[in-house]
Design a binder for this molecule. Sequence first.
Ligand SMILES: [Zn+2]
Ligand SMILES: [Zn+2]
Length: 313
Amino acid sequence: MHPVGWAAGAGIAIFYCVFSASLQFLFYYRKAASAASWKTQSGSGRSRLGGAAAVPWLPALDALRFAADARAKRQPWHWLLSSVNLALASAAAALTVDAIATGRSRVYLDWPADWSTARCVGTAAGHALFIICLHQLQEYWWHRLMHLPWFYKTFHKLHHAYKSPEPFDDMYINPLEAVGYYIILYSPPFTIRMHWTAFAVYMAVMGTAGVLDHSGIRLCIPGLYTTVDHDRHHQLFNVNYAFPFPWLDWLHGTAWTEPKEIPGENRIVVAAPSRGRFRRGGLRGQSPARRRSTASQSRRAAVGPAGSVSSGR
Ligand SMILES: [Zn+2]
Ligand SMILES: [Zn+2]
């Protein structure tokens, strides 16, 4: 293994643990009293706010009965599955970067000598954007596949155990399903010719968004990205399959539209589904009774106390 491969594998694990623990400490512990201002589902009674976030929780350490308070609100085998998936992610990163460093991928390490800096930056940005779009397309359909009844019951149901995900919950996923995500994530260097900086930018975006999507912390880049999107997928189950970016949900009509208040009326209504969401999205193919039930769950979730829904299982 090339030393850069080892560094990439260790780097992924360290980045994940330090970033997740920092979010947990800075928001769930330090800002526990003002959770309503930043928490996506601030009414959830199962949150690990306050004391539960006082001790940094790391998946493997839970096996040693460390941080018992934090463990109390997690699924019984969360520590084991998270550790296995984190090891898989690190191994995938290490092997991919090793292949890049030893010339066994389609990634090149040097720019042509006669290219200007602007041309190099523009090319890297274009390649990064292209593989992000490619990733979004593959991940969207992989996720939709996981919501078909057999796949959901066999694999994906585990990940949906958390209706209001918080730091470290993203790795609670069936390892076989996770392997599918990692194949999608790490395939571009073997299929697309690009400079290594484009792959580095792509990994930085996906790694950061993967943690933020399950952080339970409301963050938004208007028109481009919001952590609320994937949080709504966990809350409402059959909307917002795309992550981190909403483009594929917009195209397929599966995007969730936030409820809007009507001025002058003391009530909240559910906005019209974007591009026929319920007809063309997750409810298509379900029985009429199931459709009524799921749609009413979504409406209750939109107008009721946040985090009170137990849908999709
Ligand atoms: Zn899902
Ligand atoms: Zn998720």
